[in-house]
Design a protein around this ligand. Structure first.
Ligand code: ADP
Length: 351
């Protein structure tokens, strides 16, 4: 196999991440939670004093063990339930001032068990929402076809099938297409890829970044899986028992500096390895070397890949260093020492 051609080209989640629209943290938050709490009637404190801002276009993953209030938080945002305390704004408007039905139409909601209409075709399922909005059948159909293509389902092949004629992963894609059909400014996803097998799940996580690059929808995604949170979120919000948000930050920040033992336990003893996936190869980590050429070195990666990918190429090709390209240009080599320096540096910078 020609390692030079193949290295660094895989559409890993971190590689795709670069394609997404850069959220602007200084913009008015699309979702703003202030002092939000929910105590259920039986006295269960599901969410406690939660503050969170989500920038337009940003993806924030709510992650934590089961029962720590993640789903409750999502359901508060679209007013399936009402908060006991605090204030929730979407695009500057207090959600309690909105009609709940109108509000929910402006918010896409994807849940694990999708909830497709079994007796309607795939295309009819996706068209439901634009039709509700009063779009013509023709416009709704075009929109549905576009969205099916966006989520990787060829509309000519899959549009006329019924949900029972699809795999679990395909059904999940239809669920996402349907949630996006109203062009919602906000998308809420609750364990969206939880019901599919691990291989399909990885693929959906990778493709997620292509959808978001196309659509730029502000997204809150709930998962109990730290790896999924890292794969999907621009930032991750780690929930702890008692509905408390223990930490929020970029994956590198949370993995590099867990605020307390509970977060450290949750992100796991192998968090050093996980950080490899979220730190990128930059030019200053590359060592120039004499008159060697790409051809002499064989294995190569491009600037901008994750350190995980770079290290994976070294291990796969069984080489002590890997050539680094900037486009077509050969810029030097990366060694395990360079990987170590990069990880140390992100810790020092609190990055
Ligand atoms: P997560 O999504 O993190 O698994 P949930 O938000 O579903 O957690 O639940 C948070 C807590 O609230 C749990 O202790 C759960 O048992 C409790 N809970 C959820 N729904 C209700 C309800 N309708 N009535 C009482 N308690 C509830």
């Amino acid at each position: 196999m020609d390692a030079t051609a193949s290295a660094g080209q895989g559409p890993g989640p971190t590689a795709d991440r670069a394609v997404g629209p850069a959220p602007d943290p200084s913009a008015t938050p699309m979702i703003r939670l202030r002092g939000v709490g929910k105590t259920y009637d039986d006295g269960t404190v599901a969410v406690h004093d939660l503050d969170l801002d989500v920038a337009p276009g940003e993806v924030v993953a709510l992650v934590g063990p089961s029962g720590c209030g993640k789903s409750t938080t999502l359901r508060l945002v679209n007013r399936l339930i009402e908060p006991t305390t605090g204030r929730i704004e979407i695009d500057g408007v207090d959600v309690t001032d909105s009609d709940p039905v109108q509000l929910r139409r402006g918010i896409g909601y994807v849940i694990q068990s999708v909830g497709l209409f079994p007796h309607r075709s795939v295309i009819a399922n996706v068209m439901t929402v634009p039709l509700l909005y009063g779009e013509t059948r023709r416009t709704a159909r075009e929109r549905a076809r576009d969205l099916l293509a966006t989520v990787g389902l060829e509309p000519d092949t899959y549009g006329d099938r019924y949900p029972h004629q699809l795999s679990g992963g395909q059904r999940q894609r239809v669920g996402v297409a349907r949630a996006l059909a109203a062009r919602p400014p906000v998308l809420l996803m609750d364990e969206p890829f939880g019901a599919v097998d691990p291989v399909v799940r990885l693929r959906l996580q990778e493709e997620f970044h292509q959808w978001r690059a196309e659509l730029g929808t502000t997204t809150l995604v709930v998962t109990h899986d730290i790896d999924e949170a890292i794969a999907l979120g621009d930032r991750i919000a780690v929930f702890a028992h008692g509905g408390r948000m223990a930490q929020v930050g970029t994956p590198a920040q949370v993995l590099g500096h867990p605020v307390d033992d509970e977060v450290a336990d949750f992100v796991g003893a192998t968090r050093g390895l996980r950080r490899l996936a979220v730190v990128r190869l930059t030019a200053d980590l590359v060592e120039p070397i004499g008159d060697l050429t790409l051809g002499d070195l064989g294995a190569a990666v491009s600037l901008g890949v994750s350190l995980e990918e770079a290290l994976a190429v070294m291990l796969r090709e069984d080489v002590p260093r890997v050539a680094v390209r900037d486009g077509a240009r050969f810029v030097g080599v990366l060694t395990p020492d360079g990987v170590h320096r990069a990880l140390r540096r992100t810790l020092a910078a609190g990055d």
